[in-house]
Design a protein around this ligand. Structure first.
Ligand SMILES: [Zn+2]
Length: 112
């Protein structure tokens, strides 16, 4: 007798908008708390052609290639990450340039 293993994938995957799957979890480089990816802001190190060094860029659309780091879009977490120099470590990019706090963070911090 032959045994055929059947994968229990009864849920059809349509390729887009699979909202029932568990949300991926990432760790904030500021407060080191794990949170849903959707609650965090993605950061990547981008080096423009001819630029002396890479710069941290907020990747709001989560489309930029390369290694990403994640931070809560809050002033507190941004400053914590700055203080700990967490950007270069998380992005494996020593000496990466860290810009002013992205406007995404500033605007979301106004309420709190
Ligand atoms: Zn945080």
């Amino acid at each position: 007798m032959e045994r055929v293993s059947i994968a229990p994938d009864a849920v059809p995957v349509t390729g887009s908008a699979a909202s029932t799957t568990a949300a991926p979890v990432r760790t904030c480089i500021g407060c080191r708390t794990r949170d849903a990816q959707s609650a965090l802001l993605r950061l990547v190190a981008v080096r423009e052609p001819g630029a002396p060094r890479a710069e941290v860029v907020a990747d709001g659309a989560r489309r930029l290639p390369g290694r990403g780091a994640w931070v809560h879009p809050s002033e507190r977490c941004w400053n914590l990450a700055l203080k700990k120099n967490a950007f270069s470590r998380a992005l494996r990019s020593p000496g990466v340039g860290v810009p002013e706090m992205p406007s995404v963070i500033r605007s979301s911090a106004e309420s709190g």
